[in-house]
Design a protein around this ligand. Structure first.
Ligand SMILES: Cc1ncc(C[n+]2csc(CCOP(=O)(O)OP(=O)(O)O)c2C)c(N)n1
Length: 789
């Protein structure tokens, strides 16, 4: 039985003072660059020339912060705070300043008048800090710019952190996003025995930028039904009278904490129920006015409690009345009661903050690199496919990788810091070996037909790329490791999440106190060239382009030509830090080219001449046949073999690129080959026929500064496709062996006399191919059974 807390008058007074102080500092950050304590009457000279920031959500965030602090102190909680409406950045900066972590992190922002002036001035100021909750904000693992990801991040942080409670403020506007709407399902994947807890707090302040929010206008009954349908027990805190809301919120927080603890205690008992029941986790709906305590109205129009308070409620100071209104607003918090004459937060209020790393701005989970332990890694060579001669063995790259990942999983079960994420595709992507080591996490109902579902599983399968990405990001940001495997075409669903994470990493690289975290690893398979059951909708290699847009110090792109290269790449990526590693590899049975030592050497350099496939004998070739990606590599090698038949004296060099960034100049990317090495591979003046896994334009973009760029002829995917044979896919996109061989003959000047004959032969080959697949429904035997000679 929960006893209702009533805040004592003294505690209520102090908590209210903290809230006023946080609100004061938030308004100060948005508006002022001087006169921080309002020691002089406010004038235009004290007000920033550009007013940037968001007030509307901020008082709610500030209210929650002081109340969560009370909970942490009274129960010695290990808690972090994720802020969905992170545009309320000034609130988080204000609270971490009040609790002391901001000044410990940035000593220049001291607890005195001058420190407060700098605090105000730096906000949204050139060379200062961003307007949103950002990597610079102590205690944050969640950039508050793009809305939608807070709850997924919160669950990612809670997985395998049994002692942690993640409070997660969700904007009611944010709740309209697809990502957030899916995130409510996360509670079916959280095991109260081994994971921490998430406390969702829906901030129902009613409005977005210019509109009401859906959840604020469906009535309490439907909202309750919706949230219960998602498996939560909503607790409503509603009001606009601060004192009443303080009491209600304190009581509610105590009640929800008691429920969380009861769920965990039952699940962690010495004889826990089996199978564990799916708990109905509590959550809070905080319904308070948007822009609470701000101007009630401006120029005759209502502001507090409306969308007009979203950003900067008073935005124009061309009339004295507005300056007076801002001054009245700021003085309504009675700053002299809150700060002493030097600008220091008064001790009787400051003591409300938790102590040391219990402060949310100092919790190490929010600086995950500080907690990161490396994975125990097996030797990837032990999983190698034996390749006695190039092309002499068949193998399924991702299945081979699956065995390696299963061993990584096994070795790290004890440290509980490695998970695999995927949208229902782990088996389809042939990584199924992992499931033999650990189940697939699942706390909802289980039927007799289900396999490998378990409350303890470490494979996270949910048909939401948003959730896979968000959970993994939250998991990584709190100091753990993982990999996300996905169909290549549908990874685009999280393009924007990738963008945000890459931006986060870029900024963290410039913040010394942010410790390096494990890289975000993507394995894209079921790729454009290998669609068995699926067709055109599943054919899109464009994520490579999205990744290539990002800063060179953050992104890496690897195209595995075979299974052994994939092993070497995966080993490297799982050991790396602070990157986004994009790995692309096929899952279909395919010829294997390199033994494991050759693969490791090849992947270390990133690109190389395959001497065994070349016949230029170290001299100048007639043509360079280059390739990146497993299917383009196969077609290039087959084209090379054809060329040698067609033109016995042709000198061919085969170059394979595994690390796409090797193509860029070294000045652009640390993996870039230096110009001499590039020229030694691609020559300065010989034609290059380049078969690329993705869209051709990217190869040109990466190499346009290279000497031989004018001679570089790239073929890639050009949006032709359907449900057809594997070889027909490459034919449809003109990246097939017959086409590549023809290209080579066309590009080599001394072979000009052969072009007509070669063109005729090409046409015949394609006609034969089309007729055969149309008749037999599978590829020509000469294609299916082709082997490197
Ligand atoms: C994905 C995304 N779409 C649009 C925006 C632009 N935007 C910024 S704040 C906001 C309204 C947010 O409303 P809510 O989540 O309720 O936050 P609050 O009202 O507490 O400010 C919008 C649409 C955004 N930041 N992210």
């Amino acid at each position: 039985m929960t006893t209702l807390t009533t805040l004592s008058p003294d505690l209520l007074r102090k908590m209210h003072a903290w809230w006023r102080a946080a609100n004061y500092l938030s308004v100060g950050q948005i508006y002022l660059h001087a006169n921080p304590l309002l020691e002089e009457p406010l004038t235009l000279a004290h007000i920033k020339p550009r007013l940037l920031g968001h007030w509307g959500t901020t008082p709610g965030l500030n209210l929650l912060y002081v109340h969560l602090n009370r909970l942490i102190r009274e129960h010695d909680l290990d808690m972090i705070n994720i802020i969905g409406p992170g545009h309320g950045g000034p609130g988080l900066v204000a609270n971490t300043y009040l609790e002391g972590t901001y000044t410990e992190t940035y000593p220049d922002i001291s607890h005195d008048r001058d420190g407060m002036r700098k605090l105000f001035r730096q906000f949204s100021w050139p060379g200062g800090i961003p307007s949103h909750v950002a990597p610079e904000t102590p205690g944050s693992i969640h950039e508050g710019g793009e809305l939608g990801y807070s709850l997924a991040h919160a669950y990612g942080a809670a997985f395998d952190n049994p002692g942690l409670i993640v409070a997660c403020v969700i904007g009611d506007g944010e709740a309209e996003t697809g990502a957030l709407a899916a995130s409510w399902h996360s509670n079916k994947f959280l095991n109260p025995a081994r994971d921490g807890a998430v406390l969702p707090i829906l901030h129902l302040n009613g409005f977005k930028i210019a509109n009401p929010t859906v959840l604020a206008r469906i009535g309490r009954e439907d909202l309750t039904a919706l949230l219960r349908g998602y498996g939560h027990e909503p607790h409503f805190v509603i009001g606009d009278d601060p004192m009443a809301v303080h009491q209600q919120l304190a009581q509610t927080l105590d009640a929800v904490l008691a429920q969380i603890q009861a769920i965990q205690t039952a699940a962690r008992a010495s004889h826990p129920p089996s199978p564990p029941p799916l708990p109905r986790w509590p959550m809070i709906v905080l319904q308070t006015p948007k822009g609470w305590t701000g101007p009630k109205e401006l120029d005759g129009l209502p502001v507090e409690g409306t969308w007009r308070s979203h950003q900067v409620p008073i935005a124009k100071f061309d009339n004295a009345e507005h300056i007076r209104q801002l001054e009245d607003w700021m003085r309504s918090y009675v700053p002299q009661e809150l700060f002493d004459t030097n600008g220091r937060f008064r001790a009787e209020f400051a003591e409300l903050a938790p102590v040391g790393t219990r402060r949310m701005g100092a919790n190490p989970h929010a600086n995950g690199g500080a907690l990161l332990a490396p994975l125990f890694m097996p030797d990837f060579r032990e999983f190698a496919v034996p390749v006695a001669a190039p092309g002499g063995t068949m193998g399924e790259s991702t299945r081979v990788l699956g065995s390696f990942l299963a061993e990584v999983m096994r070795r790290n079960l004890g440290s509980a810091n490695f998970r695999l994420f995927g949208p229902d595709e782990t088996a389809s992507n042939r990584l199924g070996a992992v499931v033999e080591v650990t189940g697939k996490a699942w706390l909802a109902e289980i039927d007799a037909v289900d396999v490998n579902l378990s409350a303890d599983g470490r494979v996270m399968e949910v048909l939401s790329e948003h959730l896979c990405e968000g959970w993994l990001e939250g998991y990584l940001l709190t100091g753990r490791h993982g990999l996300f495997s996905c169909y290549e075409a549908f990874i685009h669903i999280i393009d924007s999440m990738f963008n945000q994470h890459a931006k986060w990493l870029k900024v963290c690289g410039q913040i010394p106190w942010r410790k390096p975290i494990a890289s975000l690893n993507y394995l894209l398979t079921s790729h454009v060239w290998q669609q068995d059951h699926n067709g055109f909708s599943h054919q899109d290699p464009g994520f490579i382009d999205v990744v290539a847009n990002k800063k060179s110090d953050v992104v890496r792109i690897y195209l595995a030509p075979d299974a052994n290269c994939l092993l070497s790449i995966a080993d490297h990526c799982l050991r790396s830090r602070n990157y986004v590693n994009l790995i692309i590899a096929g899952k279909a049975p395919a010829l294997q080219w390199l033994d494991i030592e050759a693969a490791a050497r090849h992947c270390t350099v990133g690109a190389g001449i395959w001497a065994w496939a070349s016949n230029d004998a170290g001299g100048e070739p007639d043509v360079v046949m280059a390739c990146a990606g497993d299917v383009p590599t196969l077609e290039t090698l087959a084209a090379t073999a054809l060329l040698r038949q067609y033109v016995p004296d042709i000198r061919i060099r085969v170059v394979n690129v595994v690390d796409l960034m090797a193509l860029q100049p070294k000045s652009e990317h640390p993996h870039g080959l230096d110009d001499d090495a590039f020229d030694a591979m691609f020559t300065r003046d010989r034609p290059i026929v380049f078969a690329f896994h993705g869209y051709a334009g990217l190869i040109h973009r990466l190499t346009y500064r290279r000497h031989n760029h004018d001679n570089l002829h790239v073929r890639g995917y050009k949006e032709e496709g359907t449900t057809t044979t594997a070889f027909d896919m490459v034919v449809l996109n003109n990246i097939d062996r017959y086409q590549l061989a023809l290209d080579a003959i066309r590009r080599v000047p001394r072979l000009a006399h052969l072009v007509e004959q070669a063109t005729q032969r090409y046409d015949e080959s394609i006609t034969r191919h089309k007729a055969y697949i149309s008749e037999h429904g599978e590829d020509l035997p000469e294609v299916r059974d082709w082997r490197w000679p």
